[in-house]
Design a protein around this ligand. Structure first.
Ligand SMILES: *[C@@H]1O[C@H](CO)[C@@H](O)[C@H](O)[C@H]1NC(C)=O
Ligand SMILES: *[C@@H]1O[C@H](CO)[C@@H](O)[C@H](O)[C@H]1NC(C)=O
Ligand SMILES: CC(=O)N[C@H]1CO[C@H](CO)[C@@H](O)[C@@H]1O
Length: 383
C-alpha cells in the first residue's frame, strides 16, 4: 500500500514537472477560483415537470418537437448505471423516451414497438438522423447501458405519432463506455467512449492522469466497419454541424475539439482545440448561426460532493451554459466564449445538455439527475 502511494506521488510529481500547462488547466476547470454562482433570477426560465433525469435532448426544428432520453434518478444512482459507476444488477431499467412539444408545452411519452419485453433500456446519449427522402421519418440512435453490455439501439419514428419502432441493436467490442452518438447517415454514426477502462478504479486514474486514452469511434453498417478515429482525454458529448462536415467533441476537462470529417473514408482531422476553462458536457449547435451551446459545470468539485447522494439530501451543484461563437472583434481570438445561463443549483442542477431552437427563441436544459427540464424563452437568458 505504502509503496503504491510513493509510486503514485512520483508519477504525479513527474507529470507536474513536465506539464505545467496541464496543471494550470486542471486547476482552472476545477473552478475553486471562480466567484460563487448566484441563483438564477431573470424570470426567463422555468421548470417543466413530469419527467426526470433527462440527460440528452435533440430538437427537431421544423416541428418544434424535442426528443429526450429520460430516466429515473433512483435507478441512475442505485441501479445499474456504468456512467456513474453503479453496478447493481438486481435492478432492471426500462426508460421511457419523451417528446416535449415546444409549441403546445406538452410532454408525449414514446412507446417502444418491436423491442424485446425482457430487454433493458437504460438510455444515455441520443442522436437523430432525418431521412432525406421522407421528411416525416426520423431515425433515433440511443446509447443503451444494458446489464449484458452497452450497445446502440436504432429506432424509426414517424413524426406526429407516439411510437418508436425498433430496427436493430449494434454491439461491438469497441462499444465500451459509450456516452453520446451523432449519426451521419441511416447506417453510419460516430460515438464517444468516455473512458478507456470499464473498471471504476482505473476510471478514477483516467480522471487525474493527462493521457489521451479514450476515443471517438466510427461505425458503418454498410461496410460493417467499426474503427477508432480519434483519441482524447475524457470525451463527453459529440455532435456535428448541419452537413456533417465538422464533428464537435466536448471533454470533461475543458475542451471543445473541432474535427474535420473526411466524407470518403470517415477519418477525422483535428482542426481546432477550444479551451473553455470549464468542465464541459454535452453540446448543441444552433441550426442557423452554427454557434455551439455547451452545458458546463462551473464548480465540478461540487459534483463530487453530491455524488451518490439522493437529491434533496445532496448539496446544490451550480450549473451553467456557455456559448461559443465566431469572434467578430479585431483581436487574435478565433472564437468568443460567453456564459449565457448560470444558477447555483436552486432552480436546476447538473445541466448536461442545452438544446437550442432559434426559430422559437427557446432553450431547453436537461440534467442526468434533476427533476423536470428547464425551458427558457430566450437564447440569452442572463440578459
Ligand atoms: C460485422 O462485424 C462484426 C464484428 O466484427 C461481426 O461479428 C459480424 O458478423 C459482421 N457482420 C457481417 C454482416 O459481416
Ligand atoms: C463560424 O462561421 C462559419 C461560417 O459562417 C460557420 O460555418 C460556423 O458554424 C461558425 N462557428 C461558430 C462556432 O459559430
Ligand atoms: C449524451 C450525454 O448525455 N452525454 C453526457 C452528458 O452529461 C453527463 C453528465 O456528465 C454525462 O454522463 C454524459 O456523459
Amino acid at each position: 500500500m505504502f509503496r503504491s502511494i510513493i509510486i503514485l506521488i512520483t508519477i504525479f510529481v513527474i507529470i507536474i514537472a513536465v506539464s505545467y500547462n496541464w496543471l494550470y488547466e486542471f486547476y482552472t476547470v476545477l473552478g475553486y477560483n471562480r466567484p460563487n454562482i448566484k441563483p438564477y433570477e431573470n424570470g426567463k426560465c422555468r421548470i417543466i415537470g413530469g419527467v426526470e433525469a433527462c440527460e440528452d435532448i435533440h430538437i427537431h426544428h421544423r416541428t418544434g418537437y424535442a426528443f429526450m432520453t429520460c430516466g429515473n434518478e433512483i435507478k441512475r444512482t442505485k441501479g445499474y448505471w456504468p456512467p456513474l459507476s453503479t453496478y447493481n444488477s438486481n435492478i432492471q431499467t426500462k426508460d421511457t423516451p419523451y417528446i416535449y412539444d415546444i409549441n403546445n408545452d406538452k410532454l408525449i411519452p414514446l412507446v417502444l414497438k418491436n423491442f424485446p419485453l425482457e430487454e433493458d433500456f437504460a438510455t444515455h446519449g441520443l442522436g437523430i438522423y432525418e431521412d432525406p427522402e421522407n421528411e416525416n421519418k426520423l431515425y433515433l440512435f440511443f446509447v443503451n447501458h444494458k446489464r449484458s453490455g452497452s450497445c446502440f439501439e436504432i429506432f424509426e419514428h414517424t413524426l406526429h405519432t407516439n411510437e418508436l419502432i425498433h430496427l436493430e441493436t449494434i454491439q461491438h467490442k469497441l462499444i465500451n463506455t459509450p456516452n453520446d452518438v451523432v449519426p451521419v447517415s441511416r447506417h453510419e454514426f460516430y460515438f464517444t467512449n468516455d473512458h478507456y477502462n470499464n473498471n471504476p478504479t482505473y476510471k478514477h486514474l483516467e480522471h487525474i492522469l493527462p493521457l489521451s486514452w479514450a476515443n471517438v469511434v466510427f461505425h458503418s453498417s454498410i461496410t460493417n466497419e467499426t474503427k477508432i478515429v480519434a483519441e482524447m482525454r475524457l470525451p463527453n458529448g459529440i455532435t456535428s454541424n448541419l452537413d456533417h462536415s465538422l464533428i464537435y467533441v466536448a471533454t470533461t476537462f475543458g475542451y471543445v475539439l473541432v474535427y474535420e470529417r473526411n466524407k470518403y473514408n470517415n477519418e477525422l482531422e483535428l482542426k481546432d482545440k477550444i479551451f473553455t476553462g470549464y468542465a464541459t458536457d454535452n453540446l448543441s449547435v444552433d441550426e442557423e448561426t452554427g454557434e455551439i451551446y455547451c452545458a458546463i459545470f462551473p464548480k465540478p468539485y461540487m459534483v463530487v460532493a453530491a455524488h451518490g447522494k439522493e437529491l434533496g439530501y445532496a448539496p446544490f451543484v451550480p450549473t451553467g451554459i456557455l456559448k461559443i461563437s465566431n469572434n467578430t472583434e479585431r483581436d487574435n481570438e478565433k472564437y468568443s466564449l460567453k456564459p449565457i445561463f448560470e444558477d447555483d443549483g436552486s432552480l436546476f442542477q447538473l445541466t448536461t445538455i442545452a438544446a437550442v431552437d432559434r426559430k422559437r427563441n427557446t432553450l431547453l436544459l436537461g440534467s442526468f439527475r434533476s427533476k423536470g427540464i428547464v425551458r427558457c424563452n430566450s437564447l440569452e437568458p442572463l440578459i
